[in-house]
Design a protein around this ligand. Sequence first.
Ligand SMILES: Cc1ncc(COP(=O)(O)O)c(C=O)c1O
Length: 448
Amino acid sequence: MHTLTIAEAKAIDLAHLWHPYASIQNPPPVCFATSDHGTRITLDNGQELIDAISSWWCAAHGHRPEPIVEAIRRQSERLCHVMFGGFTHEPAAELASRLTNILPPGLDRIFLADSGSIAVECAVKMAVQYHYALGRPERSRLIALKGAYHGDTAGAMALSDPDGMHVLFQNVMPHHLFAEQPAIPFGGEWQDSDFASMEQLLDEHSGEVAAVIVEPLFQGGNAMWLYHPEYLRKLRQVCNQHGVLLIFDEIATGLGRTGRRFAFEHAGVLPDIITLGKILTGGCITLAAAIASSQVAQVISSRGSGAFMHGPTYMANPLACAAANASLQLLQDYDWQGNVRRIEAQLRSELTAYAGHPNVADVRCLGAIGVLELRHMPTAKQVLETVLSTGVWLRPFGNWVYAMPPFITTAAETTQITDAMKRLADLGWQNRDTPPVPPLDPILDIHE
Ligand SMILES: Cc1ncc(COP(=O)(O)O)c(C=O)c1O
């Protein structure tokens, strides 16, 4: 096949490719990326965009970091893939060793899955199989939070906000239980009433519940909401009382995004199972992990054959494991924590300056996360124009314009990002008298 011209590639994309959360009849505009490096994505016309959202929060060390690219290149010369059923290999073993070194003791049974959603599926299956092994097969439901996002596969959708973007599929999803979204923000004054709904669900249903799953502290993909760490402390306590497992989905928060290595560190409590993804491979290739405590793993393996029943084709792919090893090494090699502290301070001061803007309903910041909650959203066209005129890649959804930039973003770039966010707040305000078009789904709730 000859090398495509950019015009040919664009035509083929339009004719054949499905983009995330997109209609093929009325496709949203897409930018054409030709290369990426550091904080920047280069477009076909040569323009560079600062990636203010780390390409859906994964490219935390910037795009195409040399050590990760080099690790993939080196690995590709030896072993690209081998089924993990019946084989093992050095990159997977090294990754297990690296993960157990940074996780608290006891969280050490690692299942390497091929995406975040699949890691969530594995975590759910671990929890259900744990209770099955204990002779409690009736404990097969989960409790999740309203406002949650855990992925787009069926099991993960079923744990995401029940009124959110997956509502269309409710007849094919398992029906879990949902507690009210925690209302007290991170940094707010804790009141026990915020936990009442979760406590009541556990009191009434623990006999049928295998686990509670939450995104600790930061609900990302459905809510852009930061809640109080005390919620997690209470949750740990009450799960223990009821013999219910606790799953922390740290796919978005894990490995530095909130300023700590794991979000659970802000609360000082541990889960029984944790999921990781995104930053795990530094945005270069897909890999995720569901990691159980040895106690949970021992119980799972104590009944019948003891086999944990999951096994994807690309499990523990060596190229992805090599990328993850390099990404975790990067977290040791530069002062990401100092960088994130600096980015947080700057996001906080520059975004808080817009708190009095008539279109800004709330400002939330933690680590390398900055959110403006707006009263009126810009249109998709206005977002694209702003991206191109400011050179900052943003992808607002719901009522939120947010930044989750790479940890290597400079002070000048951070200001460019907050300026672009403010511009979107201005444009949204101009739309205040235009009735919003009902959202296709929350992710694309950018009015046409
Ligand atoms: C908390 C959380 N869980 C799971 C997922 C799903 O991960 P993936 O998109 O890799 O399937 C995401 C993705 O945004 C997420 O933020």
